[in-house]
Design a protein around this ligand. Structure first.
Ligand code: GRF
Length: 218
């Protein structure tokens, strides 16, 4: 397939979402290919994953730049040099400036481990537990200015159990992240995702009308 969507993935850490995207892209007929992985953290395990999969990769250490603009200029150069058509933020822990976001608007997606717009920012699982929500989840969204803001592409919901720790809840959500990120990428690469009036519309989907209730009574 020659017209697969060219995707760059930005990571800062473990890269399990990157792995989910790599695995999806390796499936025959998948409409996207990862052309570059960039980490802002030297030694991030995500880079090892790229190496193992034979994907071009690089480390652009934000600490080596005087300001965000220069850091992002370097990222932008690399994205352009590999002709990336879409940028996936997969656990990329740097805030991007308005000008970068503007430049990549509509071509920049992020994963966040909450049901946005609830619990934007850091410590999402702890805050979800502290708030006592009974359902939590994760979101794939286009990035617009503002932290964890932008049109929502896909979400997955999971129950919060009475004795959940932060780690247990995070692991339950992460499993779903690994499902919805490839799903969102597939839909985008198939050019079925459109942003209209700040909201995402997706062609040719069957709405999931099953209800999630948590807790349930025996
Ligand atoms: C994920 O929970 C993602 O939602 C958040 O950071 C975590 C990254 O995990 N933004 P990984 O590096 O993909 O394993």
């Amino acid at each position: 397939m020659t017209d697969r969507l060219k995707v760059a993935v930005l990571v800062s850490g473990h890269g399990s979402n990157l792995q989910a995207l790599i695995d999806a892209c390796q499936k025959p007929g998948f409409p996207a290919q990862i052309v570059r992985v960039i980490s802002n953290v030297k030694g991030a395990f995500g880079i090892q994953r790229a190496l193992k999969a034979g994907i071009p990769h690089s480390v652009i250490d934000h600490l080596k730049f005087e300001n965000r603009t220069d850091f992002e200029a370097q990222i932008n150069d690399e994205l352009e040099s590999c002709s990336a058509e879409l940028v996936c933020l997969a656990g990329f822990m740097r805030l991007l400036t308005g000008s970068f976001v503007k430049k990549w608007r509509g071509r920049l997606v992020n994963i966040h481990p909450s049901l946005l717009p609830a619990f934007k920012g850091l410590d999402t699982h702890a805050r979800a537990l502290a708030a006592g929500v009974k359902i939590a989840g994760c979101t794939i969204h286009y990035v617009s200015q503002g932290m964890d803001a932008g049109p929502i592409i896909a979400q997955a919901a999971v129950p919060v159990m009475p004795n959940d720790s932060e780690d247990i809840l995070a692991a339950r959500i992460l499993q779903q992240e690994h499902i919805i990120f490839p799903l969102a990428l597939k839909m985008i690469a198939e050019r079925r995702v459109k942003i209209e009036d700040g909201r995402v519309h997706i062609d040719g989907i069957t709405p999931n009308n099953s209800v999630i209730i948590s807790p349930v009574l025996n």
